[in-house]
Design a protein around this ligand. Sequence first.
Ligand code: CTP
Ligand code: MG
Length: 272
Amino acid sequence: MRTTVLIVAAGSGSRLQAGVPKAMVTLGDGHTMLEHCLDSVVAARDAGAIELNAIAVVVPGDPDHAASLEAVCHDFAARTAVTVQTVPGGAERADSVRAGLAAVRTLAGSAGSAGSAGGPFGRHALLVHDAARPFVPPAVFDAVATALESGTAAVVPAVEVVDTIKTVTGAAPEEVTGTLQRTQLRAVQTPQGFDLTSLEAAHRLAEEGAAGAAALTDDAMAMEAAGHRVGVVAGDPLGFKITTQLDLMLANALLASGSAAPSTPSTNLEHH
Ligand code: CTP
Ligand code: MG
């Protein structure tokens, strides 16, 4: 199934406090988080996990930061021959996804309307992915893509939760109001997979609703609210999101020990 990947890289990275947007932060091998993320998409394509159509990357609105990430995308496109389009993001992640969806629709062409190229139902697969997850292995892309192939409109990769999760009053001094059954909880990662047309409709619906963009912390939430069933496939510990300095230290330790793939432009030269 033809697949377009939407990478959201427009966040400021306020919790990482690196002084630059998170996607621009360089890991221990000298390559940025966005480069790693882009490389993981091509690795998935090369492993036969996804039939890659194109990539849309949502970059910060600030021109200097945008230029820096656009240069990364340009270099990546030049060495892999993958079509990459950049688009400026918004204040919240959901705003950035919505900005990216317009670009994805153009990249996907008319696939998605009934009877068009792309099968009898005209389905086009969309993977929405965080730039802040640099090490997602091909197997996760494969599991998500396979679920989409089987006809599901939404699928998320997930891992079990290790902590006990409690609800609290919120106001200090906080008090526990309940404990969630850990066996029923999952930590959800990206790439999240969707039928493109269904996700477009779900985001439009969510935009019209009362909850603001900040409340929509992932895209599956929009599909849930629109009444879709959301499938779950196995995520991977390497799909963790770099949010804090501790996560960055883990990322660099994984690179140093060879447990995570370094960003190696030369391996993609054969695709020129
Ligand atoms: N993101 C985005 N646009 C936003 C906010 C987030 O494109 N307005 C992207 C980030 O670039 C990141 C992904 O969404 O790849 C996950 O968000 P998160 O980890 O929260 O990143 P930031 O919002 O940048 O970090 P923080 O919340 O610490 O400021
Ligand atoms: Mg954020």
